[in-house]
Ligand binder design. Structure first.
Ligand code: HSE
Length: 419
């Protein structure tokens, strides 16, 4: 029999305990042994969770319990869980976590510590979708050319509602918080950080790239308005927050930002709170993974799968899927060098000569306009909605700086990259 201790019996922890009970028949058959939760750590001992497991408010009760084989870390945060997980590994206990922030900062140290002990984290990326398993095992024969996906359900839910129902940004953010999709601090979702943590984990498995959130391009959906959505619809695009990892020669670009993506692309069709990730391997071609990226049962499904795997096999796979550098010369591409097509929204005073001055700045920065629309936004101002041919990020950033200081430009231009 395998005994589990859960540190953090909240929504996901409760689901883990419940699934281990509800599905004990298949779980036991697949694991080759029974799996039970021996105890759980909670902050508030007075709240009855109806799970019939021993509860404590002291993490050491689990870490020092020699009968516990697997520690499930569901505390959230970075520093505290890092200490807890290190202690668990040092005392020889296997660890399963859903904590993407912990991994975004400490995955390489943990991989080192977990050399002989199982450390699994399927639920940290895209909740119930077995994307870690797919990348680390199912696609392990491939060089990974790209990973591109919707990795944050909150943003996808918001963008879907804004697009399909014309709902305002603030209204829909509040609704997604009430529905329980959003992180405790929703700026983590809408600012792109949650998706970035997930992207960094996937990029490590795919490329062995050791980047931190501070090293990569992270933008959110805070500036997307109905004007942008109208432009997107008119030109056959959807707007999605995407995490992108792409190999280009010996460089890997890693970025999270709102994207205009052609409506006919599979990723563009993924709506609501769902997540969807496309992975292109050099041998397999494109594969697509779709499913619930959040929610107690969906996330716990991935946690329990890891528990079963550990119960079955003990330790076999290296934590990040490799033991020595995979592609020795790969480096992170500087953000300034990224190439993309771009969309810009510039709010200007609607008077003679403005358009000519704006397009002159485009020319000066080597940027070629592909499409342009002008929409009045008040009696004497208008939004210029412009898309470009492929350009270099540093040129676009310079151009935005030059445009935003012009006296007839009313606010900082909004830019969305086109994929
Ligand atoms: N806040 C996250 C999301 C939850 O919206 O996808 C899962 O990580």
């Amino acid at each position: 029999m395998i005994k589990v201790g859960i540190i953090g019996v909240g929504t996901v922890g409760t689901s883990v305990a419940q699934i281990l009970k509800d599905n004990a028949d298949v779980i036991s058959a697949r694991a080759g042994t029974d799996i039970v939760v021996k105890s759980g750590v909670v902050k508030n001992l007075n709240k009855d969770r109806g799970l019939g497991i021993v509860l404590t408010d002291n993490v050491d009760d689990i870490l020092n319990d020699s009968k516990i084989d697997i520690v499930v870390e569901l505390m959230g945060g970075v520093d505290e869980p890092f200490e807890v997980v290190k202690k668990a590994l040092k005392s020889g206990k296997a660890v399963v976590t859903a904590n993407k922030a912990l991994l975004a900062y400490h995955r390489y140290e943990l991989a080192e510590l977990a050399k002989d002990i199982a450390f699994e984290y399927e639920a940290s990326v895209a909740g119930g979708i077995p994307i870690i398993n797919a990348l680390r095992d199912g696609l392990s024969a491939n060089h990974i050319e790209s990973i591109m996906g919707i990795m944050n359900g909150t943003c996808n839910y918001m963008m879907t509602k804004m697009t399909n129902e014309g709902v305002a940004y603030d209204t829909i953010l509040k609704e997604s918080q009430e529905l329980g999709y959003a992180e405790a601090d929703p700026s983590f979702d809408v600012g792109g950080y949650d998706a970035a943590h997930k992207l960094l984990i996937l990029a490590s498995i795919a490329y062995g790239i050791d980047a931190k959130p501070e090293d990569i391009l992270i933008e959110g959906i805070e500036n997307v308005t109905q004007d942008d959505i109208a432009f997107a619809k008119e030109f056959g695009y959807a707007i999605k927050l995407l995490g992108i990892a792409k190999k280009d020669g010996n460089e890997v670009e890693l970025r999270v930002h709102a994207c205009l993506i052609k409506q006919e692309e599979m990723i563009a069709k993924i709506d609501g709170v769902m997540n969807g990730i496309s992975v292109i391997g050099d041998k397999v071609g494109e594969t697509l993974y779709y499913g619930p990226g959040a929610g107690g049962d969906a996330t716990a499904s991935a946690v329990v799968a890891n528990i079963i795997d550990i119960a079955r096999s003990g330790k076999s796979t290296p934590m990040l899927g490799f033991d020595k550098p995979m592609e020795a010369n790969l480096t992170l591409k500087p953000t300034a060098d990224i190439k993309s097509k771009y969309y810009l929204r510039v709010n200007v005073s609607d008077k003679a000569g403005v358009l000519a001055k704006i397009t002159k700045i485009f020319e000066d920065n080597n940027i070629s306009v592909e499409t342009m629309l002008q929409r009045p936004s008040s009696e004497d101002s208008a939004n210029l909605l412009i898309s470009t041919h492929t350009a270099i990020e540093s040129d676009i950033q310079n151009m935005i700086k030059e445009i935003e200081v012009l006296d007839f430009v009313n606010s900082t231009p909004v830019m969305i990259r086109i994929v």
